[in-house]
Design a protein around this ligand. Structure first.
Ligand code: ADP
Length: 659
């Protein structure tokens, strides 16, 4: 490498070094200018408000080791240019300083406003002539009456004598720290306080009216949802009063310790909003899975209520805030799920909580300095709340409509039911009358016959044993008829007390034959064709005494309502019982008789019912045969059904369990 080349390289490195050092110098210079030069704001009479955001310097004293004398030499930095400074939850003390110039022509009284009422301790160090500082201490741990102004935010009156002053503000809090510092003229701050009073009057007034109205509706309608909603509003008012500092200003001004109860009130408020959600959306009945989640959240809020008095404020408020952040989306999802499940009021619920969420979000973003302060962002939370209350009130109004509709339908249903009851009472009364008529006729006829034959035996000198025997048989036959009627009537009462059955495997074919034999005389008189297609081995599980009565009643009808030379078919089939492994036997009794009109086919099982036509009245009966048959079969766990074609015949199918 040549000498001249070496020289070039050295020159190059030198140049490079100069550039780097100059840049570094410039950077440090700007840093220094930026960090140390505090420009004074001149407070002129022609302006009313000076936001301090960009004129502030801050120092985070994490060990809390500085006092007003030492802090003046500590390094301060310029915070990023945002509307409000936010330090979140911090255990450090925050120092802020600003410089103001009061011009010689000043006629205004200036106030410093710390626009965040939930700070434990705010100290303003005011310079006096001797370059020493006097301190003014405020905070939500000191009684309200100490303050310079009747205003929920901390306000300090500033010096009015012309000159340039550097003020120091020291803030300490177990909750989150936010530093929206503004200087206002007296005129402006009074206007602000007045406007705020009007707005808060409307806000709390609307909430209180809604609460009272809902309470009345709750008492009137005995509806839990309304009651829980009223309690929720009360607890919400308390939370809002505490968070905005209004409660401290107007209600508990000499009891600053109530300010530290915010976590407790917050958990109580959450508890009631969950109770309201459950009652309002009927989660228990309609969306039980979501209901379990709501119950779990309820349990956590009860835990929060119980634990709050024993947990330090700084932890309690963090837990409460975290729980609210977690809760709002869960409530929105619950609303969505119940909307999907068809709950009509879920629409209002969703809308209400969306407003609330949006309002809270906007205000939080404003508090964190993401959104600029304006009427919309500052009051978004309150407006969201009012809209929420409005939507839920609409929803509750809608619910009144639903309740009214429900009560109207219930009323008309009750009326319908009463009408049906009256109709059926009338009908059973009529049937009973008919039954008594039929019965007296059915009892009178055999008695009359018996009486006549008994008279013949007594009065006539008939000695022929064959004739006497035939008289005896007539009397015996009629006694049998009477006995059957009396037995049937006794059986009605017997069956209503659910008698114990003695079920065994019974041969169906022999049971059917036994029943047919009882009516052999009528069968031959009518010349009926009896066809029995039942296998000799078919067995059913039944109590023989009762089952014989049931089948006999069906067979008796098939015979009595049959035409001359008619047919009766008996068939039995084994089949599997629906949904069960048991085998069942279906016995069919089909006749070619007069048939049953389709409109009466369902009535024939009713007690004392007889089809109202001349064909039926030709046959004796009182209308309890099929009623008893159905009762007995059902007592055995079986079924009976009827099919019929008028004028062609009827088919009765009895299904019973096989052994
Ligand atoms: P009844 O003592 O009148 O026979 P039931 O209860 O046995 O009483 O029958 C009720 C009514 O059903 C009968 O009066 C009759 O009108 C009708 N009925 C029952 N079985 C038959 C049938 N096989 N054919 C035609 N009508 C029938």
């Amino acid at each position: 490498m040549g000498k001249s080349q070496n020289h070039k390289v050295t020159e190059h490195i030198k140049l490079h070094g100069i550039i780097v050092y100059s840049l570094l110098f410039l950077f440090l210079f700007f840093q220094a200018v930026n960090s140390s030069q505090l420009f004074a704001i001149s407070l002129n009479n022609d302006r009313n408000t000076y936001p301090l955001g960009s004129h502030l310097e801050v120092h985070e004293d994490s060990e809390k080791k500085y006092n007003i004398n030492t802090i003046q030499n500590a390094p301060f930095i310029k915070p990023p240019d945002r509307g409000a400074l936010n330090f979140g939850f911090t255990s450090s003390a925050i120092w802020a300083r600003f410089k103001i110039t009061i011009p010689p022509n000043n006629i205004t009284q200036w106030f410093l406003e710390v626009g965040y009422p939930l700070i434990d301790k705010v100290e303003l160090y005011m310079p006096d002539r001797k370059k020493t500082y006097t301190v003014k201490r405020y905070g939500d741990t000191f009684p309200f009456s100490r303050r310079d102004l009747e205003y929920q935010n901390f306000t300090f009156s500033l010096k009015t004598k012309p000159g340039t002053y550097t003020y120091y503000v020291r803030i300490e809090s177990t909750g989150s720290i936010s530093l929206p510092l503004t200087i206002h003229s007296q005129k402006k701050i009074i206007k602000k306080a007045n406007n705020l009073q009007i707005f808060l009057g409307i806000f709390y007034g609307a909430l209180t009216i809604t609460m009272v109205v809902n309470l009345f509706i709750a008492l009137y309608n005995r509806d839990k949802a309304f009651l829980f909603y009223s309690i929720y509003i009360v607890s919400f008012i308390l939370v809002s009063l505490a968070l905005s500092g209004t409660g401290f200003q107007y209600i508990w001004r000499n009891f600053p310790e109530i300010n530290s109860m915010v976590p407790l009130i917050l958990f109580i408020c959450i508890f009631w909003v969950l109770m309201f959600t459950r009652a309002f959306l009927h989660t228990k009945d309609i969306i039980p899975d979501s209901d379990r989640i709501v119950l779990f959240l309820l349990a956590i809020s009860i835990l929060g209520v119980l634990a709050s008095p024993f947990v330090p404020y700084s932890i309690g408020i963090r837990l409460g805030a975290f729980y609210v952040i977690l809760l709002v989306p869960i409530l929105l999802i619950t609303g969505l799920v119940s909307l999907k499940a068809g709950v009509r009021q879920a629409r209002f619920y969703l809308l209400a909580f969306s407003f609330f969420l949006l309002g809270s979000l906007i205000t939080s973003l404003n508090r964190f300095g993401v959104l600029q302060s304006n009427v919309f962002t500052v009051w978004a939370f309150h407006s969201g709340t009012l809209l929420q209350v409005f939507c839920l009130s609409l929803a509750l109004g809608d619910r009144i409509n639903v309740l009214q509709e429900e009560s109207e339908t219930a009323q008309s249903k009750a009326l319908e039911y009463h009408k049906q009851l009256a109709d059926s009472l009338q009908r059973s009364d009529r049937l009973k009358d008919e039954f008594l008529n039929n019965l007296s006729h059915e009892l009178k006829t055999p008695l009359q016959v018996m009486y006549s034959y008994a008279e013949l035996i007594r009065d006539e000198d008939e000695k022929d044993p064959e004739t006497l025997k035939s008289y005896g048989e007539k009397i015996y036959g009629n006694i049998d008829k009477l006995k059957t009627y009396i037995e049937d009537i006794v059986l009605i009462t017997d069956l209503s007390s659910h008698p114990a059955l003695n079920t065994t495997g019974i041969n169906l074919s022999s049971l059917v034959n036994k029943c047919i034999d009882k009516y052999s005389k009528v069968i031959s008189e009518k010349n009926l064709n009896i066809n029995i297609g039942i296998s000799k081995n078919t067995k059913i599980m039944a109590d023989e005494k009762y089952m014989q009565k049931a089948i006999e009643n069906v067979i008796k009808n098939a015979i009595q309502f049959n035409k001359l030379n008619g047919d009766i078919f008996f068939t039995a089939m084994a089949k599997k019982h629906e949904n069960e492994s048991d085998i069942c036997i279906s016995l069919c009794i089909e006749d070619s008789g007069i048939g049953i009109p389709p409109e009466n086919i369902d009535d024939i099982w009713e007690k004392f019912y007889r089809v109202d036509n001349s064909l039926t009245y030709k046959v004796s009966g009182v209308g309890i045969g099929l009623f008893l048959a159905k009762r007995i079969i059902e007592l055995h766990g079986g079924k009976i059904k009827a099919e019929s074609i008028l004028g062609m015949g009827s088919k009765f199918t009895i299904t019973l369990r096989a052994p």
